[in-house]
Design a binder for this molecule. Structure first.
Ligand code: GDP
Ligand code: ZN
Length: 308
């Protein structure tokens, strides 16, 4: 039988199919035969799978995983495989807040690099617009103006801008990413009250949200929106990316790079670099360029120590 993985909890997978849901484990060979696979997990939420139901009609085993349209993963320093988070996505929605916790576009840029690399469209949603200082919203729009990513500025508290997000989600499979405390649960609950997600009050002492579970689940909503929530995903290693590969994932640099003197150009120390000229001329957002250099440095450091 065929179905889609809608929940992963430890070693167990819920596979949803025409006749309902089935609690599955992985077939032995799927657990073992993955030496050539870049991922640490054999299956993830969003995977289309072939499975067999046991006689009890409720439990079963996943036999094979169909080829993925895309896969969203993260790789951390010192780990061998990549952590597969979800597969076959229509988009990743990164949720941030203007304050409490403060806006972190560096994090968004890292998710964006991952998205461009894996060919998963990324959409940015900045929540708590009621707490934004004058001009902050325009700053965010300006920062991403040539990247092609949709930017939604919303307040889950007042409802401002929230309805504009709905058509972005309906009929699509979206992975939500955001540090705890940005208001992801409040936002999803406002859009889809039937979700009734638990919202966490920010702990006054640290300003950081409470740490939550790492199990992943997909929820299907009446308008055909399918949402995968990932509580507490805040680190985003990009260690599988070669330093010179990075600039190719910055869409806003792309139309200028042909005019750099050197190919490839890291737009860092090279002379006659068109990208650097565009930054000086204000045609590429300076902070976005600094964010690029910041990721570039971290990748260079990592690769230097690895191949030293
Ligand atoms: P999550 O960890 O991202 O799911 O965040 P929650 O939805 O639990 O929200 C964290 C805190 O932010 C709660 O105290 C919410 O009441 C608050 N919050 C959520 N959305 C907004 C908003 O638009 N404006 C303001 N001022 N606070 C918000
Ligand atoms: Zn250059």
């Amino acid at each position: 039988m065929n179905g889609v993985v809608t929940k992963v909890y430890g070693r167990y997978y819920t596979v949803t199919h025409d006749g309902g849901g089935c609690n599955c484990v992985l077939m032995g060979r799927l657990r073992l035969g993955r030496e050539n696979d870049r991922f640490s997990e054999a299956a993830a939420v969003g995977d289309l799978v072939e499975f067999a139901i046991n006689d009890d009609g409720e439990t079963g085993a996943i036999i094979s995983v169909r080829e993925r349209r895309n896969a969203f993963s993260r790789k951390d320093k010192g780990r061998t495989g990549e952590d597969l988070i979800a597969a076959n996505l229509d988009q990743v929605v990164v949720v941030q807040s203007f304050a409490r916790p403060r806006l972190n576009l560096r994090f968004v840029d890292r998710v964006l690099v991952r998205g461009v690399k894996e060919r998963v469209p990324v959409c940015l949603c900045v929540n708590k617009s009621d707490l934004a200082v004058e001009g902050h919203g325009e700053y965010v729009r300006d920062y991403y103006r040539d990247t092609g990513i949709p930017v939604h500025l919303v307040s889950a508290l007042t409802g401002d801008g929230v309805e504009d997000l709905r058509p972005q989600l309906s009929g699509r499979l979206s992975l939500f990413i955001g540090s705890s405390g940005v208001g992801k649960s409040t936002l999803l609950n406002r859009l889809y009250p039937q979700l009734a997600l638990r919202t966490s009050e920010i702990s006054a002492s640290t300003g950081k949200g409470r740490h939550t579970t790492t199990n992943v689940a997909m929820v299907t909503l009446p308008d055909g929106a399918r949402v995968i929530d990932t509580p507490g995903l805040r680190e985003f290693g990009l260690m599988d990316i070669e330093p010179r590969e990075l600039e190719g994932y910055f869409e806003d640099f792309r139309r200028h790079r042909q005019r750099c003197r050197f190919t490839p150009c890291t737009h860092d120390h090279e002379p006659d670099c068109r990208v650097k000229k565009m930054v000086e001329a204000g045609k590429i957002h300076e902070e976005r360029y600094i964010s690029y250099l910041n990721i570039l440095r971290s990748l260079q450091e990592y690769h230097d120590t690895r191949y030293a």
